[in-house]
Design a protein around this ligand. Structure first.
Ligand SMILES: *[C@@H]1O[C@H](CO)[C@@H](O)[C@H](O)[C@H]1NC(C)=O
Ligand SMILES: *[C@@H]1O[C@H](CO)[C@@H](O)[C@H](O)[C@H]1NC(C)=O
Ligand SMILES: *[C@@H]1O[C@H](CO)[C@@H](O)[C@H](O)[C@H]1NC(C)=O
Ligand SMILES: *[C@@H]1O[C@H](CO)[C@@H](O)[C@H](O)[C@H]1NC(C)=O
Length: 968
């Protein structure tokens, strides 16, 4: 399907970075580098990168349907307990051993844990060789009380066991396996729930997909390093879905607490969930609204970190900033063009021969680099470098390498992943043959903290960017065993070659391929996009089948007892890599941890474990301050410590669109601090795409422009039109920083996502289900971005307009005469992103400065947008923006009604800046006077807007030092 023709289908996508300023031939055979280490002589041999071809089970026409073939279980010995019930499940008749050996006896425990949470736990009675996700990784939720008022009810059928979860208040079945057998084998677990027709499901990530899990979706959960293939398995794993029922206006969530490799099939009236190891540990959350269901889930896995205030500033990155001078020049360019820059980032360019925790002595000599960082910090700006998961193995024959301390220290502390025979597992990543820190090892934290804090003494970074943590390895298995005297070696694919493609619509005369996309966007519902996607998925899958049909492993012959055949499980998932081998472009499933865990069971946890250790290590370098961490591979609970970026997207309009549903999903997984590579990573961007995207990106919590090594420059100052569009949007973002920060705090304390879907805000109106080309920032701002080329208008819908809600144009303050359920065409010439304030909102603002620190020294303002009933409310949260344990904080509640605005502060964080102005939208007639307390205030009235100014004199002690009342 042409729409997605730029999707790097089975390319080794790799994003990544490499980096020398030397050259890499397209076959990767020669590298010239300016570093002291000898030029790389060797390339990773091709044959080491090729796995054993598998036919994914879902494309295997002769595959057994476990639902038909499995014998199922009978429930015996049922006994009631204080919190629920338990019993034994006995296999009915002879084992069928479909994709593993059947367990004959299972232990069922059902517990009502809290008013809103119910747990169904099924595990084999013989737990030898069965992996259980440890409590210290993701807390296992427990029974909180025995005196409960749950809206959920567990019911079961004992003979041919099945169970249902029923919502008591409506009698609706939320989940039911009755009629389909439970399958529980050593390498295959499956259950199947029925779903209502026209279901509205979301979640199950990470994936590039529209916001709804439409029938026909197959979702593979296996952490993978690949450049954002649509519908393929990518970096993170989040086994949770949200089920929104419009009939009863209720929403519930279902989470499987497992790190297993999984596959989920969503059909018109069913959902089939498969896992290749572990235990069944299902949690049902009763909602009943979508926002409450998300909050219940997020509170259970861990409320999101409160990110430092400065992280809301603008971030600039690219692969190819390959010297201190280059970084300096970019920082200066931003200054010269007067475009705010908060943080400059480094991809792997800074490293000495691509080794973690090093700096290139020629391109980043430490004294110069440190002067640069000092200057940056003196200007209240920040620096964030990338760190990869893998550690280079020095070549024993090379004296200058032998003391690479990050390897030496790890080896001494015995903290690297091993092979089953207890030798060190050696894969290959950017620098050559590498080892992989084993974050389950006893000394892992000591090692990692040591490396990070030692490096921080040289390079005073303000946060870290963790990449390649799926964990990625370019070869199959321990390919470096016996090969390290070849190090350093280059990857066997071209990196950094000029990006050939341009965005759809770049060449207008050759533009037929974007019409499909624009047609789909023109429709209010995202159904068209979903179906376009489905077709794209079909394209992907047929290719996948074609590449793998020649050879296959016969599932039957791979059955093995105990842990089973972990390298080639009998059930082959549709791993997105071309040959579908689990070890292709990833550390092999048989890599073994010091505590006995095998990668097969914990692969999906690598990034999460590394995140935890990195968080602790950064905290050590800067005690008491919030660690800033952006990571690629996430798991339930990762949001407690990190933010996430969308990975290696492509500079195209389709990927700008996909950033919105990706943000919704990642937000619902408890990681609100999210953004994608603005202007696009892979491929070349162009002026129009970059202009649109710089504007859209300014409404995401994490706002970073990042670019591929070989692509044309895309800093916002490269094109005049992008400069001006960027300044417009950044001025709005920085003006709204107090609102954004208040939202970060709301996420941190309640679990609510920062960016919100219409269907979460208007959960009783199915018209708004699945809209994912518009969104709310918090509850109060509605963004309608242009997501296609060569247009100057955009269509949008405005939920509740003129019924429950009213919207104001952010730029003109005009009340909009929109109609609920109607598609409105908005003017959107290049450089303008339609933005509306929802009536009923009060937004705190602060005059924008060049940096966040400068902005925080400016005076405050308020935007009051009255609702249909003439009232509005909002709030402000402030603290020092960086302390991990917040001891001083101030909250201000704002309420407007009956022509009066009250601001009620509480808390002990001193706000010194004054209040400058208040803008009140939707005031129907000109007031004769405006009073601030008892003093009359200066004001103007136009466009039904009262603009009150000159309040600095009345708020000299600080904008919110005292409660105040404004009346008009
Ligand atoms: C999803 O899986 C089914 C098998 O259950 C397969 O027939 C179908 O082609 C898959 N769909 C896609 C889009 O890959
Ligand atoms: C079943 O699980 C419960 C709860 O963990 C445990 O108390 C019980 O001993 C288990 N029964 C068997 C037969 O394993
Ligand atoms: C769901 O909400 C709609 C719109 O508010 C309402 O008409 C309908 O009666 C509600 N359904 C139930 C079961 O409450
Ligand atoms: C438990 O399972 C292991 C294999 O995983 C097997 O070796 C052992 O015999 C089983 N124990 C019993 C009591 O069945």
């Amino acid at each position: 399907m042409i729409l997605f023709k730029y999707f790097p289908l089975l390319s080794l996508a790799l994003a990544l970075p490499v980096h020398f300023d030397g050259s890499v031939e397209s076959n990767g055979s020669t590298i010239s580098s300016t570093s002291t280490s000898p030029a790389a002589q060797f390339t990773l041999p091709n044959d080491l990168t090729i796995g054993v071809k598998q036919v994914p089970n879902i494309y295997n026409e002769s595959a057994i349907d476990a639902n038909q073939a499995a014998p199922g279980y009978d429930l015996l010995n049922i006994s009631l307990s204080d919190s629920g019930l338990s019993g034994l499940l006995k296999l009915r008749g002879e084992p069928k051993n479909i994709y593993g050996y059947d367990f004959d006896l299972l232990n069922l425990t059902v517990s009502y844990q809290s008013d809103e949470r119910l747990n169904v736990h099924i595990e084999p009675v013989n737990m030898t060789d069965v992996f259980v996700l440890p409590d210290f990784i993701v807390t296992r939720p427990e029974v909180e009380s025995l005196d409960l008022d749950s809206d959920l009810l567990f019911t079961y059928q004992a003979k041919q066991f099945g169970f249902s979860i029923v919502r008591k208040s409506t009698g609706e079945s939320l989940f039911s396996t009755i009629g389909n057998p439970l399958v529980y084998e050593n390498q295959f677990i499956q259950f199947n729930t029925s779903l209502p027709k026209n279901h509205v499901l979301s979640g199950l990530g990470e994936s590039i997909h529209g916001s709804l899990l439409t029938p026909g979706t197959n979702r593979t959960l296996f952490a993978e390093d690949i450049g954002d293939p649509i519908d393929g398995n990518i970096y993170g794993v989040h086994p949770v879905y949200f089920d929104q029922r419009y009939g009863s206006n209720t929403t519930h969530a279902v989470w499987w607490r497992t790190s297993a490799i999984q596959e989920i099939l969503i059909r018109n009236q069913s959902l089939t969930w498969r896992a290749l190891s572990g235990v069944v540990d299902l949690y049902f959350f009763s909602g009943p609204t979508p926002k409450v269901a998300i909050q219940q889930y997020v509170a259970t896995v861990g409320l999101p970190a409160l990110q430092p205030y400065w992280s809301l500033g603008y971030h600039q990155c690219r692969w190819g900033y390959n010297s201190t001078e280059r970084l300096q020049e970019v920082v200066q360019n931003f200054k010269d063009f007067d475009i705010p820059l908060e943080t400059i980032w480094s991809d792997i360019d800074y490293m000495d021969s691509l080794k973690d925790f090093t700096t290139d002595p020629y391109r980043f000599p430490l004294d110069k680099f440190q002067r640069f960082l000092n200057e940056l910090h003196n200007n209240d700006q920040h620096y964030v470098p990338i760190v990869d998961a893998a550690i280079y193995v020095p070549n024993p024959h090379n004296a200058t390498e032998a003391n690479y301390s990050s390897y030496v220290n790890g080896a001494k502390l015995n903290t690297f992943l091993r092979n089953p025979d207890n030798t060190t597992y050696i894969g290959a990543v950017w620098p050559g043959y590498t080892v992989f820190p084993d974050f389950f090892a006893e000394n892992a934290q000591t090692y990692w903290t040591g490396e990070i804090s030692k490096w921080h003494k040289d390079v005073s970074f303000d946060g870290l960017w963790m990449d390649m943590d799926e964990v990625s390895s370019f070869c199959v298995g321990s390919c470096g065993t016996g090969m390290i005297d070849k190090n350093p070696i280059a990857p066997n694919f071209a990196v950094g070659s000029p990006a050939g493609s341009y965005p759809v619509g770049f060449n207008v005369s050759n533009s037929t391929d974007y019409e499909i996309f624009s047609e789909s966007l023109a429709s209010v519902s995202s159904a068209a996009i979903a179906s376009a996607e489905a077709s794209a998925g079909t394209t992907l899958s047929s290719t996948a089948v074609a590449t793998s049909s020649s050879t296959s492993i016969d599932a039957k012959n791979t059955l093995m007892p105990g842990k089973g055949n972990i390298n080639y499980p009998p059930y082959a998932i549709n791993n997105v890599q071309g040959d579908h081998d689990l070890a292709t472009h990833a550390v092999s499933p048989n890599a073994t941890h010091q505590n006995g865990f095998i990668e097969y069971d914990v692969h999906n946890l690598y990034g999460h474990m590394q995140t935890n250790s990195t968080y602790n290590a950064i905290l050590d370098t800067n005690p008491g301050k919030r660690p800033f961490l952006i990571v690629r591979s996430t798991f339930p609970g990762s949001g407690k410590r990190v933010g996430h970026w969308g990975g290696d997207n492509t500079a195209d309009f389709a990927y700008m669109y996909f950033s919105i549903p990706q943000a919704f999903a990642i937000g619902s997984f408890g990681i609100p601090f999210f953004g994608v590579d603005v202007c696009g990573f892979n491929g070349n961007t162009d002026m129009e795409l970059c202009s649109r995207w710089m504007q859209l990106g300014s409404f995401f919590p994490f706002y970073r422009n990042h670019n591929y090594l070989g692509a044309i420059d895309q800093e916002p100052y490269v094109w005049e039109a992008v400069t001006s569009a960027t300044k417009t949007s950044m001025a709005i973002r920085y003006l709204l920083l107090p609102y954004y920060y208040t939202l970060l705090h709301e996420s941190h304390t309640t679990g609510l996502p920062f960016l919100r879907q219409f269907q979460w805000e208007f959960p009783e109106d199915s018209f708004y289900a699945g809209i994912d080309n518009q969104f709310f920032v918090g509850d109060s701002l509605l963004v309608t971005p242009v997501l296609e080329p060569n247009v100057s208008t955009v269509k949008g819908v405005f939920p509740g307009a003129n019924e429950s809600d009213v919207y104001y144009d952010f730029y003109t303050h005009e009340k909009q005469n929109f109609t609920n359920h109607k598609n409105h065409t908005l003017e959107a010439p290049l450089g303008h992103i339609p933005l509306h304030i929802r009536g009923g909102s009060i937004l705190p603002t602060q005059e924008p400065g060049y940096t966040v620190a400068e902005s925080r020294n400016n005076s405050f303002g308020l935007i009051v947008a009255l609702g249909l009933d003439g009232s509005a409310s909002g709030n402000l949260y402030l603290d020092d923006g960086e302390s991990l344990k917040v001891s001083e904080a101030t909250f201000v509640d704002f309420v407007a009604e009956n022509n009066t605005l009250t601001a009620a502060p509480r808390g002990n964080y001193a706000i010194e800046q004054a209040l400058a102005n208040i803008t009140i939208l939707g005031v129907d007639s000109e007031p004769s006077t405006v009073l601030f307390g008892n003093s009359s205030a200066k004001f103007q009235y136009t466009n039904s807007t009262v603009f009150i100014t000159g309040l600095e004199e009345l708020t000299g002690d600080g904008a919110f030092a005292d409660q105040f009342v404004v009346s008009w």
